[in-house]
Design a protein around this ligand. Structure first.
Ligand code: UDP
Ligand code: MG
Length: 170
């Protein structure tokens, strides 16, 4: 309990179904702060790291393709990533998101209203929502750099990086 942060993703099916606005509206009922937000093209490395706990599940391969939007292709092969902060944020946001299986989810939850099960058996449930504070911290650090979050939430350190090639505006 107390103030918590969590990672929320609008998965590729949520973007393809044009649900970004609907999802953010439902989430906004919890009156929490968005402290980080961006669009991300998910590569295989990030997908596998994100779902590392599920690597032995029979649906892992399908899940990795799903979160990368491979089944939809351009321009739906991306996600919207958000860091939310608020009181008891994880439990409250997971309640708004609904149960993992969209057929079992409360019909007025995000997953209950908008999710489906594919013919291959993957739960296309339109959002990801961190499940506990430790997982949330791991996921936020995986998806966001410290400077992409507008409030200091975890300790940081300064490092000197030499000869690092990086893209800047021309
Ligand atoms: N998933 C699935 N089949 C399952 C369990 C999970 O397709 O039997 C997918 C679903 O998209 C889910 C994701 O794998 O959101 C991660 O599973 P997890 O158990 O962590 O559920 P969540 O935390 O997303 O509710
Ligand atoms: Mg989970």
């Amino acid at each position: 309990m107390g103030i918590e942060q969590l990672l929320i993703l609008i998965k590729p099916d949520g973007l393809k179904k044009s649900l970004t606005g609907n999802i953010l509206t439902k989430l906004s009922e919890a009156r929490m702060l968005i402290i980080g937000a961006k669009a991300v093209k998910v590569n295989e490395e990030l997908a596998k790291a994100h779902y590392q706990q599920l690597k032995d599940k029979p649906f892992f391969g399908e899940l990795i393709d799903y979160i990368q939007g491979k089944i939809y292709g351009e321009p739906w092969d991306r996600v919207m990533a958000f860091v939310y902060q608020g009181e008891d944020a994880i439990a409250r946001m997971r309640k708004i998101a609904g149960a993992t299986n969209p057929e079992e989810a409360d019909p007025v939850s995000i997953r209950g209203a908008y999710g489906r099960i594919t013919t291959k058996g993957v739960y296309e449930n339109v959002v990801h929502c961190s499940s506990d504070p430790l997982e949330a911290q791991r996921e936020i650090k995986l998806w966001f750099k410290p400077e992409e979050v507008v409030m200091p939430i975890y300790p940081t350190k300064k490092v000197i990086v030499e000869k690092e090639e990086k893209e800047v505006w021309a």
